[in-house]
Design a protein around this ligand. Structure first.
Ligand code: ADP
Length: 604
């Protein structure tokens, strides 16, 4: 209540009125006093001047022996002119100040010697103002030939005091009425001031709670109206600024979430400051539940860094770290959760509790693909070298043996030359298979698309492979199911796929095996299945079987002359035709290879 604006305004008004009344009463009472004393002196001066009738009469009376009584009589006749009453009296004194006669003998008996009286006794003028002495007096000395007397008029100022007390009571009454009016006025004034202030307060509270839609009504054009208007503008500017910041934040978050690299920012205390979607996917639960820290991150990625009080330090003597000009450190080929990453670490500045701080940002780039590619390239080169060196060594050995022994029997020489020929055929096969793959890789294969009957091709190819099949004593059956429409594709390349699959079934099935080939048409696709009851492919090898140079056991294929490129080529060719090639296999029971091709293919 005492803090309210209403109370303060009432208090202010009362103090204001009190101050004014104090000033007014002081001035008024002071003026009344000086007016009264001035009037007194003026009145006396006028009547007691030497040219005045009263003065002449009083002077003339000095010749008489009873001059005092005569002067008293003269003064009595002038009583009304001199304003003589119960508070103002006149006295006739000897030049020594002894009272001879007066209007109030009782008061006159104990007259104090005032400065004016003293001055008149000394022969001077007695008309000076008495100041705050509490009386007003006037003394005039009359000197006749025989006698001298002093006429002394003294006013007790009681009349003036009475007037002043009346004035004071009027002032007090005015004060009381003023205070009542002030209280009433203050109520309306406070209402007029506080009502817009209250709606401003409500508006400010809404803004503080994040609600920007509330617009405060402006009712006046005074200072409060301008303040309300300014507040509304400020609120709108704040709203727009916050929207802009929010927009920027959303943009940044969208950009960060679109980045496939995992990004995590840490504070200087090691806690996660920010992370993107990829980081949350990579690190999973620890990142969500807050248990993921900078230390844990360093540990997981085996990064030789540690957090110290003065920042994040790289352990001494670590090599193989790439340092860029802006101070970013990159650790290559870090393995985490069976994937390979390049981890870049940089410093970030952020503000926490209005304090500028330095944290760490980690960008974790998945290089598993590149790593695998590099690895498979290295393996491929090693495989090619190995595959070519074996036949080359055999050819070189055979040639040297033949050359070193010219006397060699004919059949032995033929044996070595046959061996050299077989190995050079194998080399030619490898090289031409690699060439096919290289053309497919570089998209330089010249496709010859035509419409042909796949079943007719299968039958034709079985005819071509008949000798091989019969030599191994296999039984081969081809039973197309339903009507198979002709397909549009590169006939030669599709036949290559069929040869590779059937020849594998023939090669990897022990003599006297059964090979069942079926074909069917469904949903615009033609499917060819080659099932054998051969040695089968172990489960762990199945996912690698279409890789270049991959063979289940090297020894398995050395006798069959396999290169490990047949299925790789088959898959590349089928996929170039937008088809699929899959297998199911059980060791010791057999393998089923399934090729599905669209009826109309446009290989690329
Ligand atoms: P290769 O020229 O060695 O036959 P492929 O790429 O055609 O090369 O086959 C890769 C490997 O897959 C073969 O070495 C063989 O071990 C295995 N394989 C392929 N087809 C069969 C099958 N029908 N039965 C058993 N193993 C097979």
């Amino acid at each position: 209540m005492f803090r309210s604006l209403y109370f303060k305004i009432v208090l202010m008004m009362i103090v204001f009125i009190l101050t004014i009344l104090c000033v007014v009463s002081t001035v008024l009472l002071g003026s009344v006093f000086s007016f009264y004393t001035d009037q007194f002196i003026e009145q006396m001066d006028e009547n007691f001047q030497p040219a005045s009738l009263l003065y002449t009469e009083l002077n003339a009376a000095l010749t008489s022996a009873s001059y005092a009584q005569e002067q008293k009589a003269i003064l009595r006749s002038y009583a009304s002119i001199l304003g003589i009453d119960q508070y103002r009296n006149y006295y006739i004194l000897t030049p020594d100040g002894v009272m001879l006669a007066g209007s109030d003998a009782q008061l006159g008996a104990s007259l104090p010697i005032t400065p004016n009286l003293l001055s008149a006794m000394g022969g001077g003028e007695g008309n000076r103002r008495s100041g705050n002495a509490g009386y007003a007096d006037y003394a005039v000395r009359l000197d006749g030939t025989e006698n001298s007397s002093i006429i002394y008029v003294k006013d007790t100022l009681e009349e003036m005091d009475q007037l002043n007390s009346r004035l004071l009571s009027i002032i007090l009454l005015t004060f009381l009425v003023g205070v009542l009016i002030a209280i009433l006025l203050s109520f309306f004034l406070a209402k007029a001031i506080t009502a817009p202030l209250q709606s401003l307060t409500v508006g400010a509270q809404l803004v503080a709670s994040g609600q920007f839609s509330h617009e405060i009504d402006v009712h006046s054009r005074d200072e409060i109206g301008v303040l309300t208007d300014t507040f509304n503008n400020m609120k709108n500017v704040l709203k727009n600024t916050l929207l802009e910041i929010d927009g920027e934040k959303t943009k940044l978050e969208t950009v960060l979430s679109c980045i496939s690299d995992a990004i995590v920012a840490f504070t200087d205390t090691g806690a996660v400051l920010h992370s993107n979607e990829s980081a949350r996917e990579l690190f999973g639960a620890p990142l969500q539940d807050g248990s993921f820290t900078m230390e844990r991150f360093f540990e997981e990625f085996d990064i030789p860094m540690e957090r110290r009080s003065k920042g994040i330090m790289l352990s001494v003597g670590v090599s193989g770290v790439e340092r860029s000009d802006d101070g970013t450190l990159t650790f290559r080929d870090k393995v985490y959760s069976e994937r390979v990453f390049d981890v870049s670490l940089g410093r970030i500045r952020f503000i926490s509790d209005t304090e500028k701080r330095i944290g760490l940002i980690a960008v974790i780039h998945d290089v598993t693909g590149r790593f695998e590619l590099d690895k498979s390239r290295r393996e491929f080169v090693a495989n090619v070298s190995h595959e070519l060196r074996t036949p080359l060594t055999s050819i070189k050995g055979a040639c040297e043996t033949v050359m070193e022994d010219p006397e060699m029997p004919e059949d032995t020489r033929r044996y070595f030359l046959d061996m050299a020929l077989t190995e050079s055929d194998r080399m030619t096969r490898i090289v031409s298979d690699l060439l096919i793959l290289s053309r497919l890789d570089n998209k330089r294969t010249q496709w010859k698309v035509e419409t042909f009957d796949l079943c007719a091709s299968v039958r034709h190819l079985l005819d071509v492979m008949r000798i091989d099949i019969e030599t191994r004593g296999h039984t081969v059956r081809f039973t197309p199911q339903g009507e198979i429409p002709p397909i549009t594709a590169d006939k030669e390349r599709i036949e290559q796929v069929v040869i590779n699959i059937i020849s594998n079934a023939v090669k990897y099935t022990p003599p006297g095996g059964k090979i069942d080939i079926t074909a069917f048409y469904a949903d615009e696709h033609v499917t060819l299945k080659v099932a054998d009851n051969g040695i089968g492919i172990p489960e762990e090898d199945q996912k690698h079987i279409f890789e270049r140079f991959y063979r289940v056991e090297k020894s398995r294929t050395s006798e069959t002359g396999g290169t490990g490129l047949g299925l790789a080529i088959a898959r590349e060719l089928v996929e170039a035709h937008k088809g699929t090639i899959t297998l199911t296999s059980t060791v010791g029971k057999g393998t089923v290879m399934t090729v599905t091709l669209p009826r109309v293919c446009n290989p690329s």
